[in-house]
Design a protein around this ligand. Sequence first.
Ligand SMILES: C[S@@+](CC[C@H](N)C(=O)[O-])C[C@H]1O[C@@H](n2cnc3c(N)ncnc32)[C@H](O)[C@@H]1O
Length: 326
Amino acid sequence: MNNLRDIATVFLADEVDFAELYQAIDDFRVCLLDLTQLGLDDDSLRNDVHLSEGLAIGTEWAVRCVDDILRTKRFVKGLAEAIDYQLNQGLKPIELLYAGSGPFATLALPLLFRYSPEELQLTLVEINEVSFKTVRRVFEGDDFRPYLRALYQADATTLQLNDPERYDILLSETMQYALQKEPQVAITLNLLPQLREDALLIPAEISLHLAAIEYGSTGTVKSRALAELLVISRKALSGHPPLLQDGATQFPMIEHQLVDEDIANAHKLGISTTIKIFGTQSLGLNESGLTIPKAVFNTDSLPVGRKMISAQYHLGAVPGMILTVT
Ligand SMILES: C[S@@+](CC[C@H](N)C(=O)[O-])C[C@H]1O[C@@H](n2cnc3c(N)ncnc32)[C@H](O)[C@@H]1O
């Protein structure tokens, strides 16, 4: 655990020192691969699982998520802030439901040195066979076993919890930028309504905006938000019906009148993503692979003058926001 303790100290720092953070991420990856003896040359690690509500990425790609450095740092720090918040409410142990743990329970593992098993218990859900078996190995060791409440190989979009009242925090990072392809929204819609009202959701808020995107000659990307398209948070979903298994769950169609000034200087019209993780932690534009803007239309292909952009988020095997222009 000692090495992990040093790594966690870097993740939990208030300021980002990039040299130190790159080193900590390298050490973290090496430590996780050592711990699990996962050899990345095995083809089975690249097998994605195609679910009715989106893609569960293969183990190798889940390993690579570690390298999204600000994502990893800020989720770990945000999770620590959420655990501290619930401890301060007098709850103990904090029961964390981690949906899509990947092969290492990556976002929770660095925190295990910080809390005792009397303060923190984990329930892990993972659908991918290789990732499930790998994370099971992690928690067979003496250091981590006392923290494991339960481990399920299950689809978090359909899982019905036996003891939903138990959980104090729901954590899931099963998303790509623009909430496309992976089942973050379906997982949240299935699990969150099963939990107590005071259970915290992490990330606390994911927002998608219609965006005018400008690419600079030096590789810079600017994105200007034009209209809110979707918010996934406890508050925004409070009136939303839980996930229906017959594909009938719908999000509203958002319409935005676009004028030429909205996209003056922009090269693309698309979707931007911002994430409030918890407390002081968030991910803004381009800070992570999860928050790069998604280009949908070339602006020079759009009709001149006023045009209506319609946007609707779709669940299903390939979830995502569909934009149309009329
Ligand atoms: C993007 S990876 C993130 C892994 C790790 N939590 C992290 O943050 O580094 C998402 C993980 O969630 C798992 N997953 C995706 N959809 C799932 C579902 N419906 N039920 C259970 N696990 C799922 C994938 O197999 C993958 O291991």
